[in-house]
Write a protein that binds this ligand. Sequence first.
Ligand code: ZN
Length: 171
Amino acid sequence: MKRFTCIVMIISVFYSLSCFSKGNFDGHEHGKIQLEVAYDKNLGTILLKAPMDTIFSFENVPKSDNEKKLFSDVKKRWEENPFQFFMLDPSLNCKTMNTEFRQNIDKEDKVVKHSQLEAKFDFKCEKNLAATRMKISLKKEFKKIKEISLEVFGKSIQKLTLTHDSDDISL
Ligand SMILES: [Zn+2]
């Protein structure tokens, strides 16, 4: 229930960061990512939380040129066109409003043991999103993802576990 309140707040306060995690990530499970999709009529928000290792194969702060490039490449894709990972019906004509993409590290750790990628974006469409479809293709892009735990807050609340390279869901 707490998460539901949180996601509703994201819908109404688009710049809210309060749903990003604080604290340590000892409990996070590599290979499993969490995804929340919320919408209210034609406005939507998508929030992704993933162990850094599952997306980038490292959890430290990017140090080598290769690590820095990997991180900035995915960040750029997320910021420029997050719909490449979450495909919607083109007739909805959805546009990104703002995006966030960051590595969340447990600051109390002297040595970074675990860290998370936390990314979100808000979007606005010309039509109502209810009962439209969304194709989620994160697993196809990031091979270390084994399972996506998805929650949709819209016309109804859905909890789904996605395990295919590409999953087509109904909003
Ligand atoms: Zn970890």
